[in-house]
Design a protein around this ligand. Sequence first.
Ligand SMILES: Cc1cc2nc3c(=O)[nH]c(=O)nc-3n(C[C@H](O)[C@H](O)[C@H](O)COP(=O)(O)OP(=O)(O)OC[C@H]3O[C@@H](n4cnc5c(N)ncnc54)[C@H](O)[C@@H]3O)c2cc1C
Length: 287
Amino acid sequence: MAALFRLFSPPPVITAFQPIHFPLPLFSSPKIDTNSRKFRHRISVSKFGNFLDLNPESKPDFLDFDLPCFHSSDRSLFDVIVIGTGPAGARLAEQLSTRGIKVCCVDPSPLSMWPNNYGAWVDELHSLGLDDCFDRIWPLCSVFIDDSNIKFLRRPYGRVSRKKLKTKLIENCVVNGVKFHKAKVWRVDHKEFESCVVCDDGNEIRGSLVVDASGFGSTFIEYDKPRNCGYQIAHGILAEVETHPFDLDKMVFMDWRDSHLGNEPYLRASNSRFPTFFCMLCHLPQT
Ligand SMILES: Cc1cc2nc3c(=O)[nH]c(=O)nc-3n(C[C@H](O)[C@H](O)[C@H](O)COP(=O)(O)OP(=O)(O)OC[C@H]3O[C@@H](n4cnc5c(N)ncnc54)[C@H](O)[C@@H]3O)c2cc1C
């Protein structure tokens, strides 16, 4: 049995150390199966914050595809070069290539599985034709406003299957003739009628348009003012537990309660300044 805990919070100042919040007032605490296959870390459950001290053993996972590769001898001009094959880049490449646009995707590891656990509203992925890419759907979501207020959202929410989603997008890209180049982009040079993507392996790829889908840490976008955007931090923890206090028909979508911080005045003060505002907590079926 496994449970996925995700916690979003806006500024980074305190959140990296924010304890994962279990709904203590309503339920008994979950027991962590420390002997399980996935959890081989010595942890104490007396403080939930210890979840964040875990150093998960991540096992790289790859899709099994023969990708059509860009060849350095190919001097032709792509219509669009997409930097990054995360969810944004892969979907963009898929959609452009479906419309006959000649696309090249550049990513250091285009076949590696995305690291994050994603969740989405079922109707949203449905409208994108991607509703076969969930591996678990909850018909109801709960939102804990405080210890005595719970709201239920009658809008199905699902856990995205990274494997199904990435497989579907890359498969469509391959069918539509997208070329892939396994490298990191170093810089983008813009000329009058084309742009040139310079990669860390020395290759240069020419395109009419370059789309930066390299994620939030992009170094390719230039700003005319110092960048001061809002952002959030997400922690994803997949824990295997012996028992759990959750209702299997509902996903805890948001949990604003902070009564568990009663003995931690420092955390409580920080929390009211930069509240932890989002928590996705769900039960995954036994595998
Ligand atoms: C634990 C966790 C849970 C999350 N859950 C959700 C969720 O439920 N829903 C949601 O909408 N968002 C969620 N997010 C936010 C999530 O990160 C983004 O929504 C999503 O990953 C953004 O996709 P992307 O394709 O823009 O960027 P990324 O996923 O960051 O992909 C960027 C890609 O670009 C590649 N790249 C980077 N630099 C270069 C370079 N120089 N050259 C070539 N390639 C490069 C990287 O290798 C990577 O493959 C979550 C984040 C975390 C950490």
